[in-house]
Design a protein around this ligand. Structure first.
Ligand code: TRP
Length: 340
């Protein structure tokens, strides 16, 4: 298998805002892939605390504390700091400096037209009261990506406009200095299972919607989540025919059950009638418990030594600063801002 057609000389940059611990949706959509990608090419993982503040005005404690929580999630799922560089965004000032130059290459109108920004403005109810840092975060994200000369950026489909805008900045900068300094990046979106629905059946699993199952969930929480999981509300008696589409238990069985043939049989039986939700939920719970048990165990062990985890982030941040510093010098030299 060649994931996203990534080559050994590719460089990946991706990351997460540090607004909360990661959940099963992150695992399916990105973490699982990162564990594989770190064996194929260079990979930088950004703990986006500075970006998190763009829509979390004053929530410093939450954003700071979740740096460690997200790092624990990364390490617990098998991201290996010897293979992937994990770093803290706010500790790489080169990124803000790059971003400040990029802001001259984008217009306010273009930022306001960015579909990701537009959706998020609606979602957060900003209307006209948009924090300036939030409106301009596409330029900051362009800095995150270009500082490492990333060629591949795995993202959810909602983030594609961010990569498009990054590439516009790359082209505009390169043509403004008449040199190929910055590198365009390719957005890659996981084709199947990239968007795990919430346990309530809503399209997206999300902490803020309260329909998520965290990677740190206890066995009891997993059990509760499966019990509450949305199935077919019209499937009242076992004998009745049930619906598979939109039935979260089946969506999850498709993603997590190792035996696709058995899942196909259950679907057929369920649609015909005579198969209840309970045995399916028992099967699903077993899969989820088996998946999350080793993650939780490793996470708990790592959480007992936060100083060790912070040291991993420190080493990663030093490496990231070096790479970003190199790009920043090239950018400044190309603009003639290399005075001495
Ligand atoms: N915007 C991403 C999110 O909301 C996080 C992020 C910040 C990111 N910088 C990035 C993702 C660069 C990919 C590349 O989750």
């Amino acid at each position: 298998m060649n994931l996203f057609n990534v080559k050994p000389d590719d460089t990946i940059l991706t990351g997460d805002r540090t607004t909360g611990p990661l959940h099963l949706g992150h695992f399916v959509g990105s973490l699982k892939n990162r564990v594989l990608l770190q064996d194929i090419c260079r990979q930088f993982l950004l703990l986006a605390d500075a970006q998190a503040l763009t829509d979390n005005m004053g929530n410093y404690v939450k954003v700071r504390d979740n740096v460690l929580q997200v790092a624990l999630d990364y390490l617990a799922v098998g991201i290996d700091p010897a293979k992937s560089t994990i770093f803290i965004q706010s500790l790489v000032p080169e990124l803000s400096e790059l971003s400040s130059y990029y802001l001259n290459l984008v217009t306010v109108a273009r930022l306001e037209r960015n579909p990701t920004i537009k959706d998020e403005i609606k979602l957060r109810g900003y209307e006209r009261d948009i924090p300036a840092g939030f409106l301009t975060y596409p330029a900051a994200q362009a800095a995150d990506i270009t500082a490492f000369k990333a060629t591949v950026v795995p993202v959810g489909s909602d983030q594609i406009p961010m990569i498009e805008q990054t590439n516009e900045i790359v082209r505009r900068f390169n043509s403004s200095v008449n040199q190929e300094i910055l590198v365009e990046a390719r957005a890659v979106v996981p084709e199947n299972g990239s968007r795990l629905p919430g346990i309530d059946g809503r399209a997206k699993m999300s902490k803020s919607l309260g329909n998520a199952l965290n990677l740190s969930s206890t066995p009891d929480e997993i059990s509760q989540a499966v019990k509450m999981m949305y199935t077919d509300p019209k499937h009242l008696r076992v004998a009745d025919p049930g619906q598979v589409e939109g039935n979260v238990v089946f969506t999850y069985l498709d993603v997590f059950h190792p035996d696709a043939a058995r899942v196909a049989e259950w679907k057929e039986h369920y649609q015909r009638g005579g198969l209840g939700d309970m045995p399916l939920k028992r099967e699903l719970e077993a899969c989820l418990q088996a998946l999350l048990e080793p993650i939780r165990t490793r996470r708990e062990a790592l959480a007992r030594d936060p100083a060790m985890v912070m040291d991993i982030l420190k080493q990663g941040t030093l490496k990231a600063r070096e790479a970003a510093g190199q790009t920043l010098s090239e950018v400044k030299a190309a603009m003639g801002l290399n005075y001495f």
